[in-house]
Design a binder for this molecule. Sequence first.
Ligand code: PMP
Length: 392
Amino acid sequence: MATRLLRVPPPEELLRPLAVPERLLLGPGPSNVPRRVQAAGGRQILGHMHPEMLQVMDEIKAGIQYAFQTRNRLTLAISGSGHSAMEAALFNLLEQGDTVLVAINGIWGQRAAEIARRLGANVCELLKPPGKYFTLQDIEQGLVQHKPLVLFITHGESSSGVLQPLEGLGKLCHRHGCLLLVDSVASLGGAPIFMDQQEIDVLYSGSQKVLNAPPGSAPISFSERAREKLLRRKTKPLSFYLDMGLLANYWGCDGEPRRYHHTAPINSFFSLRESLAMLAERGLENSWERHRANCTRLCQGLLAMGLELFVEEEKARLPTITTVKVPEGYDWKDITAFLMKNRGMEVAGGLGPTVGKVLRIGLMGCNSTSDNVDRVLRALQDALKRCHRSRL
Ligand code: PMP
């Protein structure tokens, strides 16, 4: 019997059914996936080069162009999470020795700087405390001092809950011969962004936040200026998987016949296609307004409970993720554990520089509803009654 040859038996745990509890995901992502998007991901797969699949990819591209408000032809979805788009942007834009200026006011700038350093880029940091955003003057000083080829900045800083104003930034960068790279993983669809009008050169996002698709695909787009920088490269990008030239061909962005590059996550792309379709049906402006209104309702409720918001300036608050200070006398872990255990609700603690300081409440895409605001406020009120440390 062949089984006698096996020293590792079939794992007991795999012989039991898959267990996935119902949860309301009100953390910083992933957010809940609507039935329509789930159903799309559950469809039978196609071959990754079948014409119908290439058609779905074209539709995704059109959906990203709408969500980003761009007509860039180099627009596609990376097969991977937000980090893969972040790496695709940096791996392709930068060569060894290139100077990049990274605006750091939370974990995402820190990560971008780390990735760029691994590439051998000359990384200059522009620092602001978490909870604050960069002004045009801050950026201009950095551009004058460091003369970078690329500026990295985060539109929605999900670790601190800050929305970075982008108005005028692209023009400013271009005046200084610099390309503008923006992370919109946590903000796309939840706060206005206009890639072409704002002269953003590279913009990327993720599937699992406002888009309400499963994690694992990441929209990205390159302006003509950025594309020219790719064409002028002296060396090939270090990553084959994330080489935008090869991906551009696979996605039909270069006018050449499409060739196999990697096997795309077909079902993830079905889901992404549906989530972009839902955004197109709702309309970007309605989506922005919905996030704004529910974030305002949440902030008012938190303040009414006597809690303090981490981001002081109202206009700098990210409409998708709200950060609230952990109140005196509480351990954030008690609160998040209480909500999970008793309400099946995810609210997260801080991340990176905000660990231990804040709770993060995400209201993204279909989760951004007034009902969810009221639910999370009621649940928090209960948690605050039960979790005070001085009672122990
Ligand atoms: N950038 C921002 C602003 C994010 O919020 C996240 C995810 N929390 C990422 C990048 C990384 O995305 P992922 O976890 O999908 O790799």
